[in-house]
Write a protein that binds this ligand. Structure first.
Ligand code: MG
Length: 162
């Protein structure tokens, strides 16, 4: 069974190969949460990102989105999907839909955070949205924003429980 071979280490490697580290995502979490939690440490952000990456639904979304980005970069997709992904067409919307599978893991608070990072595009998201690199990150930018949003929700819920 292929699913048994999918785990956190696999998706961390896939992300790294696409230029995204756990630390990059943790920095987005810090950006989202440090105003609400002045004592927040980067270690806590990293830990929450790692927990999100341990979820099977999240892993499924990551490998699916990254695979489509890679195929688009290699011009392996059929028309018209090839061009839609290559130019990151605004009306396509399925990249956001896939990312919602990640955002929803920790409930609706993640949704607000996701919209916020998607609008401001801080840190790693700025690089992923740079269209001059020849790389295609149509799915990955939403996936990374969604992981950060989900990790922020997890962190916020944890803080409330204490
Ligand atoms: Mg996108």
């Amino acid at each position: 069974m292929g699913l048994k071979k999918l785990n956190k280490e696999v998706v961390v490697t896939w992300l790294q190969e696409r230029g995204v580290t756990v630390n990059d995502i943790a920095e987005l979490v810090y950006f989202l949460q440090s105003n609400y939690h002045p004592e927040l440490k980067m270690d806590t952000c990293v830990e929450n990102v790692e927990r999100v990456l341990s979820k099977r639904e999240v892993q499924n979304a990551i490998i699916t989105g990254i695979q489509l980005d890679i195929l688009a970069e290699e011009k392996q997709l059929r028309a018209p999907l090839q061009e839609i992904l290559e130019v990151d067409e605004g009306l396509y919307g399925i990249d956001e839909v896939l990312a919602l599978a990640i955002v929803n893991v920790y409930g609706s608070i993640g949704f607000t955070n996701y919209g916020y990072v998607d609008k401001l595009k801080p840190g790693i998201l700025k690089r992923l949205n740079d269209k001059t690199t020849g790389e295609c990150h149509t799915f990955l930018d939403d996936i990374v924003g969604a992981i950060a949003a989900a990790a922020s929700s997890r962190l916020a819920h944890g803080a409330f429980e204490e």
